[in-house]
Ligand binder design. Sequence first.
Ligand code: 1GP
Length: 247
Amino acid sequence: MDWRIWRHAVKIDPARPLPASAIAGLAATGTDALILGGSDGIRRSDVERLLDAARSTGLPVAIEVSDLEAAVPGADLYFIPMVLNTRDPRWLVGAHREALQRLGPYLPWERVVTEAYIVCNPASTVARVSAAAVPASAEEVAAWAAVGDRLLRAGIVYIEYSGRFGDPAWVRAAAEVVRGARLFYGGGITGGHQAATMAAIADTVVVGNVLYRADGLRRIRQTVRAVRDVRAEDRGGERFVAGDGLS
Ligand code: 1GP
């Protein structure tokens, strides 16, 4: 499962009800993958139900294991979030130690990918739940990105604005330092222009909330088209131009 080629992904929250037709309709939007994840109220039965529906789309499915309840078998990939800018070590490595102590022997390591999260919207649920100290500047974002990419060698550095469209300058600051990781951006994308703006900087854009709107599938199609239309040469810097430019 080559998750490193994804340019667009849809994040679905197991704790938020969604009609089966909305999930089934995702296959035709052209998105590259589905990520099942949320910050609060995750229950194993909801994750199992959502995983079934997600798998029946035929798209690659990653579960973001932000809670042990989300550690259910059957996904293509398991994304393990580490919140770099948390004030509480539980969100950096504490919950991870507990999970490994319980599930270590059963983990399919070849399908595990570390996500180094940089939480940037102080009003978001993830910021509250993880007690994030949001960065004060683009320089701080770049330094966090270097921690995730260079020190921790995470598979993914994730600029997370969940619920609000972010500052492209902050995402660019991260893009300038990330070398080995894929740079994910998520937060507040509701249409094509926003998707194109962030897809010109980040490797992968993630849309979430928009799926829950009445016209969610139509809007997701717009964001997919916009991401596809971003040409490699518009993506600034050699990191993006040669193939995916990941050196
Ligand atoms: C949330 O990054 C995703 O984890 C997407 O954010 O819900 O604001 O689209 P939105």
